[in-house]
Ligand binder design. Structure first.
Ligand SMILES: C[S@@+](CC[C@H](N)C(=O)[O-])C[C@H]1O[C@@H](n2cnc3c(N)ncnc32)[C@H](O)[C@@H]1O
Length: 227
């Protein structure tokens, strides 16, 4: 991951949606759950002047995020902490905006995830979930848009907006990121030949994710409001 800063969600898409739908000031509190290397948090603080707390389980990612916050001059607006988001959601409350970007099922099923996220935002607050809509061809691991809408309805949330990746942009990004992953995994294979199987299967799993995103599912950034 050393060549990549953005590990999943598009900061540009999230910033654009906030500018379109949400009134932001320096009092606005944002929580970025599983923030990775802080690409979304730092660019959000820079663009909007809000305060952001980012939590991720990998200490090296958090160190990187702190360096980026300094580089962008927003270290006063950003706080980064190492932690498990399953624990964090029990104590982090009253945020204006909460982001769960490309984190999969770490918080459980979509229904469980939505309930847990709901507990961290204020009434009337907003939640971003970066996930995917499945279609008829997809494996069943992904819910259709209709299913997601039902989950939101029964949790008392409404879908305010949704952003999709442009297909050509997605392919370009996947190719670029996959080439870095292959290069670094091959370097690691040379260094640790006894773990070659592990690195090969990581390359394969990442390629399978790219293929799935390009062919079977639609990556989507959903903006929800607690009503
Ligand atoms: C695909 S990355 C997305 C990172 C970031 N949200 C973004 O879009 O750039 C998934 C992140 O989830 C983090 N993660 C996985 N399980 C976690 C957990 N239980 N608690 C905190 N972070 C976790 C990983 O360390 C990784 O940084």
């Amino acid at each position: 991951m050393q060549d990549l800063w953005e590990l999943g969600s598009s900061p540009k898409v999230i910033i654009g949606m906030i500018q379109k739908h949400i009134q932001v000031s320096d009092k606005t509190k944002v929580l970025d759950l599983a923030c990775g290397k802080g690409a979304v948090s730092v660019q959000l603080a820079k663009a909007l002047g809000c305060t952001v707390k980012g939590i991720d389980i990998i200490p090296e990612f958090i160190d990187y995020a702190k360096k980026k916050a300094q580089e962008y001059g927003v270290e006063n607006l950003c706080e980064f902490k190492v932690g498990d988001i399953n624990e964090a959601i029990k104590v982090q409350k009253d945020y204006d905006i909460v982001i769960l970007g490309a984190v999969g099922d770490v918080l459980g099923t979509p229904e469980e995830t939505i309930q847990k996220l709901k507990g961290t935002v204020k009434n009337g607050g907003y939640i971003f979930i970066d996930d995917a809509y499945g279609n008829d061809k997809s494996s069943g691991r992904y819910h259709t848009r209709e299913k997601w809408l039902l989950f939101f309805q029964s949790a008392g949330m409404q879908l305010v907006d949704e952003g999709f990746n442009q297909e050509d942009e997605l392919e370009r990004l996947n190719d670029e990121q996959q080439s870095f992953i292959v290069m670094r995994a091959n370097q690691l294979k040379e260094k640790y030949p006894d773990k070659a199987y592990f690195f090969d299967s990581y390359i394969k799993s990442q390629q399978a994710e790219c293929d799935e995103l390009e062919n079977e599912i639609s990556g989507v950034t959903m903006l929800l409001q607690v009503v």
